[in-house]
Design a protein around this ligand. Structure first.
Ligand code: GTP
Ligand code: MG
Length: 217
């Protein structure tokens, strides 16, 4: 996806995230979601992969989304809203695949995640975050399967790129893109990011600016 991102889109992305983003809603269940409005972009991924950190890095805020060293930090669907006239919301999701959480809790988060991904008309894009050190796991493939059945466009974003050497990162990108051949609903390209070093942030902001432009036209 980075190939067709030009300077104009990079600038549009910068502007989109330069202004204040704020918390608007937290929902522990599918029954308590905010009314649908505008475009929503959700961040899904295994527990501790760096979803909340990525939202903070994108919005330039240290503590907009709550992060933690231990998995299981985000326990609800958390909605953030951009500047009023953009109509864009970011959705931080609970992580999946957290082995140490109580079984009923895991089942309830997993149910919430899958239902939200399948049944939300205002959801325009999902970024599925994968740890650059670990690559795709079975639980990730389950999410990709759910997204294949939904009408949502989705893309894989590798996180924590600062933790792997350049050659390993290149391998991980190649093997992830190869696995995506089985998922034609996904963007064929993978974006490498680091919330720590800001790698990939400008491109990800630009991709969201492009989505907004596409939906507005
Ligand atoms: N080195 C490095 N660490 C990161 C990066 N992004 C996140 N982390 C660390 O990974 C841990 C988990 O980050 P979170 O953003 O809380 O992860 P999450 O996916 O929101 O986790 P849950 O809400 O529990 O599902 C924290 O200790 C972060 O500091 C990154 O780009 N590089
Ligand atoms: Mg989180």
């Amino acid at each position: 996806m980075t190939s067709d991102i030009d300077d104009r889109l990079i600038e549009a992305g910068r502007k989109l995230f330069a202004r204040e983003w704020r918390f608007v809603w937290a929902s522990p269940s599918i029954q308590t979601l905010p009314p649908m409005a505008g475009l929503e972009i959700a961040f899904a991924g295994r527990s501790n992969v760096g979803k909340s950190s990525l939202i903070n890095a994108l919005t330039g805020r240290n503590n907009l989304a709550r992060t933690s060293h231990t998995p299981g930090r985000t326990q609800e669907l958390i909605f953030f809203e951009g500047p009023d006239n953009t109509g864009l919301r970011l959705v931080d999701m609970p992580g999946y695949g957290y082995a140490k959480a109580p079984k009923t809790q895991v089942a309830s988060w997993t149910d919430l995640i899958h239902k939200f991904l399948l049944g939300r008309a205002s959801l325009a894009r999902v970024y599925v975050l994968i740890d650059a050190r670990h690559g795709l796991k079975d639980v990730d493939l389950e999410i990709l399967g759910t997204l294949d059945r939904s009408a949502v466009s989705y893309q894989i974003v590798l996180t924590k790129a600062d933790q792997v050497k350049a050659a390993e990162l290149a391998n991980r990108i190649a093997e992830t893109e190869a696995a995506l051949a089985k998922h034609p609903a996904a963007f064929p390209n993978v974006l490498a990011t680091s919330s720590r070093s800001s790698t990939g942030m400008a491109e990800l902001r630009a991709a969201m600016a492009r989505l907004l432009e596409e939906r507005a036209s």
